[in-house]
Design a protein around this ligand. Structure first.
Ligand code: HEM
Ligand code: HEM
Length: 183
């Protein structure tokens, strides 16, 4: 038991989920910003693009939830993160981690709210043959979805800078905590 208290890496399931989610989230952010939102509402390609985006988006929300459960359940096994050397930066690191969880959940929720408010599930998956409604661009959760995307992108930039700082400047082996290996 004492050994478990000092595990120097995250649980392997959490490592797998971290990197899978990092990939899925970055693809969803890039595709949403640069492809999906640029396709005109009346284009025949819009429904197919929305279908892919909505499936991946819901999956991201679900996997993030699984990840949070794994994280909370394995919390007691893990040694604390190495310090950045500055209490304010350490607090920023914690804030960024919590912020990522919160904003990813908010992203999935606002996407689902947008879809429900505009009748998208039926149009996209129900084969009702309906067109994408024009108010998709203007409902409140859709506007929030766009802003939250920018917030996530900003947090990811801070997060990667933090990882690089630990790895290159502090040389404290932080990256190994988020990789597989003996714990
Ligand atoms: C969309 C992309 C990403 C998201 C949403 C994300 C999210 C997170 C979250 C929430 C944590 C905290 C884990 C926890 O304690 O619950 C974490 C840890 C970590 N992430 Fe990321 N991450 C992303 C990309 C990256 C990238 C690209 C890198 C490397 C350059 C990275 C390196 C790390 C490391 C090393 C940790 C472990 C920190 C520690 O053990 O104290 N992450 N990540
Ligand atoms: C949680 C992960 C998700 C990410 C990272 C994501 C990302 C994005 C991004 C970046 C945009 C474009 C925003 C803009 O340019 O203003 C977008 C638009 C959109 N997303 Fe998501 N999304 C996610 C989940 C969802 C979910 C779960 C749904 C619905 C079930 C959804 C439905 C939509 C819709 C309807 C649009 C608007 C498309 C348009 O205006 O043309 N998203 N998403």
């Amino acid at each position: 038991m004492a050994l478990q208290m000092t595990a120097s890496r995250h649980h392997p399931a959490l490592v797998a989920l971290h990197w899978l989610l990092a990939l899925m989230l970055m693809v969803a952010l890039a595709m949403g910003t640069f492809v999906l939102s640029g396709i005109p509402m009346e284009s025949p390609e819009k429904i197919g693009a929305l279908r892919g985006h909505m499936v991946v988006g819901v999956l991201i929300g679900f996997l993030m939830l699984v990840r949070l459960v794994v994280r909370l359940r394995t919390r007691h096994q893990l040694a604390p993160s190495p310090s950045s050397g500055n209490p304010l930066l350490d607090a920023l690191g914690t804030f960024v981690h919590l912020g990522l969880y919160a904003l990813v959940f908010a992203m999935a929720a606002s996407g689902m709210a947008t879809a429900l408010l505009t009748g998208l599930p039926d149009i996209v998956f129900g084969g009702s043959g309906g067109a994408v409604p024009a108010n998709l661009a203007t409902v409140a959760p859709r506007i929030a979805h766009g802003w939250i995307a920018k917030g996530i992108a900003a947090l990811v930039v801070l997060h990667v800078l933090g990882a690089v700082f630990h790895q290159a400047v502090r040389k404290d082996g932080l990256m190994a905590r988020m990789w597989w290996g003996p714990r």
